[in-house]
Each structure stands twice: as structure tokens, then as C-alpha cells.
Design a protein around this ligand. Structure first.
Ligand SMILES: Cc1cc2nc3c(=O)[nH]c(=O)nc-3n(C[C@H](O)[C@H](O)[C@H](O)COP(=O)(O)OP(=O)(O)OC[C@H]3O[C@@H](n4cnc5c(N)ncnc54)[C@H](O)[C@@H]3O)c2cc1C
Length: 440
């Protein structure tokens, strides 16, 4: 009976076992195939990543080599050198003209510069005994062909319509007449690129660039350089103007060639233009492309709405009030002040009170004076007391007025863009923070 049962069991269970084994083998085989596929995918992903990394490294090395070669070939110079204006572009009704410059002495080559830096010019104006000095930011990337500046004509202020327009900008807009491809007879005197408001183009940290009105020029140079040399970097570029009449970025040749295509290809690149007072005709543009055009000012609300986080380095240039508000609001949002860099085009206005009355001693001249809030900045007091301190931009951009601090401290109502040396101060935009002795 038992034998019969055993043999019965044996006879029907054999195919079941076989099926079981076949099933197990199938599962093992499928698992094997999947493992092989996963390994293959991992290898191909890694090799793609390796290729991409290699390509990027080669690209960075190429750019570095080109830059080094350009730096070797080009010479900077002391003082002023003559430059031809080889091209002048009037940007519609924006009141801005771009000037393309090349050295008169071709052997000089073009100077290297960091995107965001500016040039200093000396203009001789008819009827004025002394030449005037003005600064203009470079508005394009390093390109080995020309230097470009973009200048807004400084119209008389609304509250004094009878005063003359700005001297330097009028000289450039009106006196410089260039036919395409023709050199201007006569030249501009230009000092080498300078300034601490600049960006390391090959860096990897994500950046936000904000340009208001003609203040777009230094950040435009930064953006064009990133498009050209490092388009994998995360960049948010905000451009604030009143309306399409002022929109120089939408003009041919202002942005790096194929900029819009490069931006479309790279999800990490963003360009957003905001019109504070759009014209009727701007409605179509605003409605059809809400991801790139908006209405209103560039303010903290807009930044919080569009930026994925506050973890960016911010480069801001525009009207004083806009910059001051943005810096305050970004600080309140928690952006560290070392990540907030600004450039001022005009003299610093003392918007916040200084640290209160103090005594300032100028060591070299032996002159002592009491400083109060009405004195403006240290440089203003020094000039009143007859202490001579070389100065130039009076906006904290050039560093000419930097002097040593012997004892004491200063504070800056608005952070200057020039990176002054330790134990030194920029007298054009600082006030004493208690009694102070200066090396002047
Ligand atoms: C680092 C830096 C970078 C800069 N980059 C740029 C740039 O890229 N593009 C740009 O356009 N500018 C730039 N600037 C500003 C530029 O240097 C000049 O300040 C600007 O062009 C005005 O100079 P101006 O000679 O035309 O005007 P100014 O002669 O200095 O006159 C300034 C204003 O005063 C008015 N004015 C004249 N007389 C009187 C009076 N009696 N009372 C009251 N008002 C009067 C004029 O109408 C004018 O509006 C930059 C400045 C700095 C510091």
C-alpha cells in the first residue's frame, strides 16, 4: 500500500518538479538578464558621464588656454592709451549707444578683463580748460576683436530741465560719428580695465545677475561671458526697464550670438525681462512669453517667486534706490552680505545715518577735525579741511581714494564694490565709527 502510494506520488510529481525547476531557471535567467542589462546601462551611463566630463574639462582648458594666450599677447598700459571707435550703434529710442573700440596702436592688442569691469576715459571738451574723466563698464565678453561700452545720454534732471545734459555722455553721443567700418578721425583716451565688481567666468557657483536700465552693462558682460565660456553654469539674469523702447537686449548683436538658442538648450540658463511701465504694444510680448517677459519692477517678490532658493551669489547694478531696496530685502531673506555685490554708476548718496559724531585725525598733515553726520563722507570732510586725498569715481568703484587706517574703524552706509585692502578705507563712501586716525 505504502509502496503503491510512493510510486504513485513519484509518477505524477516528476513533471511538477520539472516545471518547478524550469520556472526557477527562468526566474534566475531573467534576473541574470536584468542584472546584465543594469550593469550595461550603468557602464554606458558612466561612459557617457566620463565623455561629458572630458568634453567639459577640455572646453574649460581650451578657454583657459585662449585666455592665457590673449593675456600673453595683449599688453595693458599705464595711464591712458589711444583707442579708435570703430563702430557706433544707436539702440533705437533707448537713449543708449554702444561704442566698439580698438587700440590705435595695433601692437598693443586688446587688454584682458574680467566681466563686470569698467574703462576709464579722458575726454577733452571744447570750451573746458581741463579734460574730464568718466567711467564706462565693458558691456560684452572678452572676444579678441573689440572692447564695447554702452552709454546712456545723461539728460537734464526733471527738476532742473534748463541745465545742460551730461558732458561725457553728450560728447560720446554727439561728437563721435562713425560710419560702419570706418575709423573715427581722432581717438579716445582710455585707461586699462579696472574695478572689483566682476565675476569669475569659469566658476561653478550659481549666480543671479540683476541689471536695471543702463546698469545692465556690467552684468550683460557677465552673462555674455557665461554664454560663451561656461553655459553649464546656473544663471538667472533679470533685466529691469520701463518698456520695449528701452529693451536693448532684444536688439541684434547685444547679447552673445545665438543667445536665445543657447538658453533654450540649457535649462540652467534663464533670462527674464521685466517692464515696469509697458507700452500698449508690449502686451502681445508679455502675454505670449510669460516665462521670459513680465510686468512690474524687479523686487524681492519676483525673485522669491522665480528663484528655486536664495542660495546664489547676486550681482546687482541699477538705480540707487532699486539696489538699496534689493540689498535690504535680500539680506532680510537670509542672503549673506558677502553674496551681495553691487556696482554704483553715480556718487554714493548717504541714505543711512553714520555712527554719530567722532574726531578724525589726519596723521601726515597733522590736521584734526570733528566729524558729524552733515559732513557727508570722510573725503568730503578731508576736502573741506584742505587734506588732499586723490579720488576719482566717488562711488566706491575705483579705489583711488583708499587710504590706511592708523587707529579706529569706519563703516559704509552702502557697501562699495571695490575690494579695499585690510586696514584701509575708501574715503569717498565711508564714515567714522568712533574716533579715527588716518594716514593722510
Ligand atoms: C564704475 C562705473 C561704471 C559706469 N558704467 C556706465 C555705463 O556702462 N554706461 C553709462 O551710461 N554710464 C556708466 N557710468 C556713469 C558714467 O560714468 C557717467 O557718470 C554718466 O555717463 C554721466 O556722466 P556725464 O558726463 O554725461 O554727466 P555729467 O556731466 O556728470 O552730469 C550728470 C548729470 O547732471 C546734470 N547737470 C548738469 N549741470 C547741472 C546743474 N548745474 N545742476 C544739476 N544738474 C546738472 C546733467 O544734465 C546730467 O544729468 C558708470 C560709472 C561708474 C562709476
Amino acid at each position: 500500500m505504502d509502496l503503491y502510494w510512493a510510486s504513485e506520488m513519484h509518477s505524477w510529481s516528476r513533471p511538477v518538479y520539472a516545471l518547478g525547476w524550469a520556472f526557477v531557471a527562468g526566474v534566475v535567467f531573467i534576473a541574470y538578464l536584468e542584472t546584465v542589462e543594469a550593469v550595461r546601462r550603468k557602464h554606458s551611463l558612466r561612459s557617457r558621464q566620463d565623455k561629458e566630463r572630458k568634453r567639459l574639462t577640455e572646453r574649460i582648458q581650451n578657454v583657459q588656454r585662449t585666455r592665457q594666450a590673449m593675456e600673453k599677447e595683449s599688453h595693458t598700459w599705464r595711464g591712458f592709451a589711444y583707442y579708435h571707435v570703430v563702430r557706433k550703434v544707436v539702440h533705437g529710442d533707448s537713449g543708449i549707444c554702444s561704442f566698439y573700440l580698438q587700440p590705435r596702436d595695433q601692437r598693443l592688442g586688446l587688454p584682458p578683463f574680467h566681466p563686470g569691469q569698467h574703462l576709464k576715459f579722458q575726454f577733452t571738451i571744447e570750451g573746458r580748460p581741463e579734460p574730464i574723466v568718466r567711467r564706462y563698464s565693458l558691456s560684452d565678453a572678452v572676444n579678441g576683436k573689440y572692447l564695447r561700452i554702452s552709454v546712456k545720454l545723461a539728460k537734464p534732471p526733471r527738476d532742473c530741465p534748463d541745465v545742460p545734459p551730461g558732458l561725457g555722455s553728450s560728447f560720446l553721443h554727439q561728437e563721435i560719428k562713425v560710419q560702419e567700418g570706418e575709423f573715427l578721425q581722432g581717438c579716445l583716451l582710455v585707461a586699462p580695465p579696472n574695478g572689483s565688481f566682476y565675476l569669475e567666468p569659469l566658476g561653478i557657483e550659481p549666480v543671479v545677475l540683476i541689471g536695471g536700465g543702463v546698469g545692465v552693462t556690467p552684468v550683460l558682460s557677465m552673462f555674455n561671458t557665461i554664454l560663451k565660456e561656461n553655459p553649464a553654469r546656473e544663471v538667472w539674469f533679470f533685466y529691469g526697464i520701463r518698456n520695449s523702447k528701452e529693451d536693448i537686449l532684444s536688439e541684434q548683436g547685444v547679447l552673445f550670438p545665438q543667445a536665445r538658442e543657447i538658453i533654450k538648450l540649457h535649462k540652467n540658463l534663464h533670462l527674464y525681462t521685466s517692464y515696469s511701465r509697458p507700452l500698449e504694444g508690449d502686451a502681445t510680448r508679455l502675454e505670449s512669453k510669460p516665462e521670459v517677459y513680465g510686468k512690474g519692477r524687479i523686487d524681492i517678490g519676483l525673485l522669491k517667486q522665480l528663484l528655486p532658493s536664495k542660495h546664489f551669489k547676486f550681482y546687482i547694478c541699477g538705480p540707487d534706490a532699486m539696489m538699496a531696496q534689493l540689498v535690504d530685502d535680500l539680506e532680510d531673506w537670509g542672503v549673506p552680505s558677502e553674496h551681495l555685490l553691487t556696482e554704483r554708476f553715480g556718487p554714493v548718496k548717504k541714505t543711512r545715518m553714520g555712527a554719530g559724531p567722532a574726531k578724525i585725525k589726519f596723521r601726515q598733515t597733522g590736521i584734526e577735525a570733528a566729524f558729524s553726520d552733515e559732513d557727508g563722507f570722510i573725503l568730503d570732510l578731508a576736502e573741506r579741511m584742505g587734506v588732499s586725498i586723490p579720488n576719482d569715481c566717488r562711488s566706491g568703484s575705483c579705489g583711488t581714494c583708499q587710504i590706511g587706517i592708523v587707529t579706529g574703524k569706519v563703516c559704509y552706509p552702502r557697501k562699495p564694490s571695490f575690494r579695499y585692502s585690510p586696514n584701509h578705507c575708501l574715503t569717498c563712501c565711508s564714515v567714522p565709527d568712533g574716533d579715527l586716525e588716518l594716514d593722510a
